[in-house]
Design a protein around this ligand. Structure first.
Ligand SMILES: Cc1cc2nc3c(=O)[nH]c(=O)nc-3n(C[C@H](O)[C@H](O)[C@H](O)COP(=O)(O)OP(=O)(O)OC[C@H]3O[C@@H](n4cnc5c(N)ncnc54)[C@H](O)[C@@H]3O)c2cc1C
Length: 318
C-alpha cells in the first residue's frame, strides 16, 4: 500500500478526542465502525467516529467540538444517495437520532403544514401529510431518504422538496445554535451551505381531498415497484437527467443494462440504478459508474453528471 493511501486511512482522532466523544455520547459513539450498514448500497468503510446525536443542544456541542479541534465531519441521513469509499471516512460521521424525528401536521390558513425534524423518514412525512390532504405530496413519496438529506438533494419527481419548503433551520460549526436560513433549490441540489446541518424543516401544501391524495400516492408507489429494483441494495438514480433527456434511456441505448464490475451490476430493470448484487465494493461501483459514463459519452457525446455523492476515501490499488 502506498504512503499516500496509508495516510488517507489514518484516523484523525487522538486519544483525547476519543475520550471527549465517549464522555459526551457514551454508547452512542463508536470508533472505526464500517458505514456499510448505514447506507442503502450496503457499501462503505469505517468512520473514525460515528456519533448519534439526539437533540439540537447536543448537536451544537458537537459542532463546537469540531470547530475547536478543526476536525472534518459529515452528516449522514438515511444513506440512500451516497457511495462511501472502501477506505471509510476520516473525522466524525454524524447521524441524527430519534430526537430529530418528530413530525407534526396541522392546518393553517387552509394549507396543510408539516413540521419535521431532519432525521424523520420521508416515508412517514409523506404518509402523514397525505392523510391530512396535502396536495401533490405524492411527488415526494417512495423516496427512501430523511428530511435533511432530501432537502440538501432537493429530492423529488415531477415536484421537488424545494417546491414545498417554508422554513429551514440549520446548525453549523461557526454558528452552532439552530437558526433559520434561506435556501434556493435546483434539480437535485440546493444552495444549502456545505457546513450546514439541517435540524428541522417546515413544509406547506395546498389542502386537497385526503382520499384523492392517498389514492394518487398509492398508484405512484405501485408504479415504482414495477419500474425500479427497490428490493435490492442501490442508491436510486446514479446520474442526473441531462437537459431534455433521461439518463436511463441513454445508458440503456448504450447497451449497459446488465454490465457488471465485481459485485456491482447495472440494473436490468432500470438502467440508471446500480445494484449491489454480490458484496460489491465502492471500487466496483465507481468503476462501473466510470464505464457507463464513458459508454454514453462515446455513443452520444453526452457527459452524464453524478446525482449520488461520492464521499470518503476511495482506494485505487489492490
Ligand atoms: C430505491 C431508491 C429510490 C430513490 N428515488 C428517488 C427519487 O424518486 N427522487 C430523488 O430525488 N431521489 C431518490 N432517491 C435518492 C435518495 O433517496 C434521495 O436523494 C434522498 O433525499 C437522500 O436522503 P438521505 O437522507 O438518504 O441522504 P444521504 O444519502 O444520507 O445524504 C445525501 C446528502 O445529503 C446530506 N445530508 C443528509 N442529511 C443531512 C442533514 N440533516 N443536513 C444537511 N445535509 C444532510 C449528506 O451529507 C449528503 O451530502 C432514491 C434512492 C433509492 C435507494
Amino acid at each position: 500500500m502506498s504512503l499516500t493511501t496509508q495516510q488517507a486511512l489514518r484516523s484523525l482522532l487522538n486519544d483525547a478526542d476519543r475520550s471527549s466523544l465517549r464522555r459526551i455520547f457514551r454508547e452512542r459513539v463508536s470508533f472505526d465502525e464500517p458505514l456499510a450498514p448505514f447506507t442503502s448500497w450496503k457499501i462503505g468503510g469505517p468512520a473514525d467516529a460515528l456519533a448519534v446525536v439526539e437533540d439540537e443542544t447536543e448537536l451544537a456541542s458537537l459542532m463546537r467540538f469540531c470547530f475547536k479541534r478543526k476536525l472534518p465531519w459529515f452528516v449522514l441521513g438515511s444513506g440512500s444517495n451516497v457511495l462511501v469509499g472502501d477506505g471509510g471516512m476520516r473525522g466524525i460521521v454524524i447521524r441524527l437520532g430519534t430526537g430529530f424525528a418528530r413530525v407534526d401536521v396541522c392546518e393553517r390558513d387552509g394549507d396543510v403544514i408539516v413540521e419535521a425534524g431532519a432525521s424523520a423518514p420521508m416515508a412517514i412525512v409523506t404518509a402523514r401529510a397525505a392523510s391530512a390532504g396535502a396536495a401533490d405530496v405524492g411527488s415526494l413519496s417512495g423516496i427512501p431518504g430523511s428530511v435533511g438529506g432530501s432537502l440538501r438533494m432537493n429530492a423529488g419527481t415531477d415536484r421537488e422538496m424545494g417546491d414545498f419548503v417554508r422554513d429551514v433551520w440549520v446548525q453549523s460549526p461557526s454558528k452552532p445554535d439552530p437558526h433559520p436560513v434561506t435556501v434556493q433549490y435546483f434539480y437535485r441540489h440546493s444552495t444549502l451551505a456545505r457546513d450546514a446541518v439541517v435540524a428541522r424543516v417546515t413544509l406547506g401544501f395546498r389542502k386537497a381531498d385526503p382520499h384523492g391524495v392517498r389514492e394518487e400516492m398509492q398508484s405512484r408507489l405501485v408504479r415504482r415497484k414495477r419500474t425500479q429494483p427497490i428490493a435490492l441494495p442501490n442508491a436510486g438514480s446514479c446520474f442526473r437527467n441531462p437537459d431534455g433527456d433521461k439518463a436511463a434511456r441513454l445508458i440503456e441505448a448504450a447497451g449497459a443494462k446488465g454490465w457488471r464490475e465485481g459485485g456491482a451490476e447495472v440494473s436490468p430493470l432500470h438502467a440508471n440504478f446500480i445494484n449491489n448484487v454480490d458484496r460489491a465494493s465502492a471500487k466496483d461501483v465507481a468503476s462501473l459508474l466510470a464505464r457507463v459514463r464513458r459508454a454514453v459519452h462515446d455513443r452520444f457525446g453526452v457527459d452524464l453528471k453524478l446525482e449520488v455523492h461520492l464521499v470518503g476515501v476511495f482506494i485505487d490499488e489492490t
